[in-house]
Design a protein around this ligand. Structure first.
Ligand code: CP
Ligand code: NVA
Length: 330
């Protein structure tokens, strides 16, 4: 059992030990069982949390709201642009005000420094719901989904395909190093994770008996993989002008039948979502009109295949976020 996480913020996985991450996963499993069995768990009744979003969201927002309600808490949502923060009020003042009213604060936005500063001034736990650099709550759901499918995660091979320097890829590399998962970043040289972060992760991986590999070779990278993971090619906050360059660079790293055939026959496909796998979105249609590609980071066939566990993964966001809030607020 790790030391108590009560009062801690959840800003990035580098701040947590292997045992602490494992503890959060165990807690999430307990909460999932309770939810499935209809066992009430309003353990945090009387507390209140605020969700501060500077970027849009479906899963993260809904996970915090449902998990907060299940735990008996009051939940306030501040949507992009509706708080005074940044425009009329400094980050420090906003954090001090919210910390006087709420027991916990979720933040989704831009620089990691913002969420770190919020935690510094708020005086209550702050949870990172995605920054430019990291997306730590996503990883707990991902590892839980992997464990549900393989009965373990240590020693497995997970490959991230595509924009391997984005928030999701960075966090996947960290969680893999912490939990003994062999991680491969498979993408063009231009889109590899930051060297300083790679070095830190390689050191942690060594302590936990696993490896971190960077490669631009799809065949080698995905060979025998247990988990194939991808994310959209242009993240929130990046300019639209970048699509042309990204499509050119990342198309060879699309997750398709050939990639899945090269992986372990039992391999699963994961994606944090949202995903451009068909023409049912406005951006997907615009990109197809402009560049003639009806599917992007993953083919519709792989996305809808039995190997794809993306909707279990999405559900697990809620159970794992509940674990994070409970552990830090109890
Ligand atoms: N995966 C994820 O964070 O989804 P949302 O952007 O919908 O929250
Ligand atoms: N890399 C994506 C993740 C979305 C959940 C983004 O930042 O937009």
């Amino acid at each position: 059992m790790p030391r108590s996480l009560s009062g801690r913020s959840f800003l990035k996985l580098l701040d947590f030990t292997t045992e602490e991450i494992q503890y959060l996963l165990e807690l999430a499993k307990d909460f999932k069982r309770m939810k499935r069995a209809g066992v009430p768990h309003k353990y945090l009744a009387g507390k209140n949390i605020v969700l501060l979003f500077e970027k849009t969201s479906t899963r993260t927002r809904c996970s915090f709201e449902v998990a907060g309600n299940d735990l008996g808490m009051g939940v306030t949502y501040l949507d992009p642009g509706s708080s005074q923060m940044g425009k009329k009020e400094s980050l420090e003042d906003t954090a001090r005000v919210l910390g006087r009213m709420f027991d916990g604060i979720e933040y989704r936005g831009f620089a990691q420094q913002v969420v770190e500063d919020l935690a510094r001034y708020a005086g209550v736990p702050v949870w990172n719901g995605l920054t430019t650099e990291f997306h730590p709550t996503q990883m707990l759901a991902d590892v839980l989904t992997i464990e549900e499918n393989f009965g373990r995660y240590k020693g497995l091979k997970m490959v991230f395909m595509g924009d391997a320097r984005n928030n999701v890829a960075n966090s996947l590399m960290v969680v893999s190093a912490k939990l003994g998962i062999n991680f491969v970043a498979c993408g063009p040289k231009e889109n590899m994770p930051d060297k300083a972060l790679v070095d830190v992760c390689k050191k942690i991986a060594k302590e936990n008996g696993c490896t971190i590999t960077l490669t631009d070779d799809v065949k080698k990278g995905t060979k025998g993989a247990d988990v194939i993971y991808t994310d959209i090619w242009v993240s929130m906050g990046e300019p639209d002008e970048i699509w042309a360059e990204r499509i050119k660079l990342l198309s060879p790293y699309q997750v398709n039948d050939a990639v899945m055939a090269n992986a372990n026959p039992e391999a699963i496909f994961l994606h944090c979502l949202p995903s451009f796998h068909d023409l049912e979105t406005t951006i997907g249609k615009e990109i197809n009109d402009k560049f003639g590609i009806p599917e992007m980071e993953v083919t519709d066939k792989v996305f809808r295949s039995p190997q794809s566990k993306v909707f279990d993964e999405a559900e697990n966001r809620m159970h794992t976020i509940k674990a994070v809030m409970y552990a830090t607020l109890k």
